[in-house]
Design a protein around this ligand. Structure first.
Ligand SMILES: [Zn+2]
Length: 70
């Protein structure tokens, strides 16, 4: 762990640096109060879904004006 990666949340499974949207969809689908998160690929595997479907859900929540998404 270098100081760069410590600033940004990383996927708890594969270590990929997470986007704001990835953190948001994790909170929506797993746990609103989560402090560790999955990237889109690992979340898709975990929820038995696909990255494409998760992206559609992100868009859906964004259109609703959900503040978890930019
Ligand atoms: Zn991951």
């Amino acid at each position: 762990m270098d100081s760069e990666s410590a600033k940004q949340p990383c996927c708890k499974k594969c270590g990929k640096v997470l986007s704001y949207d990835e953190i948001g969809i994790h909170k929506k689908m797993i746990n609103r109060g989560a402090t560790e998160f999955f990237c889109l690929a690992c979340l898709a595997a975990y929820t038995n879904s696909t990255e494409e479907r998760l992206r559609e859900r992100i868009e859906h929540f964004r259109r609703q004006g959900c503040l978890l998404f930019q």
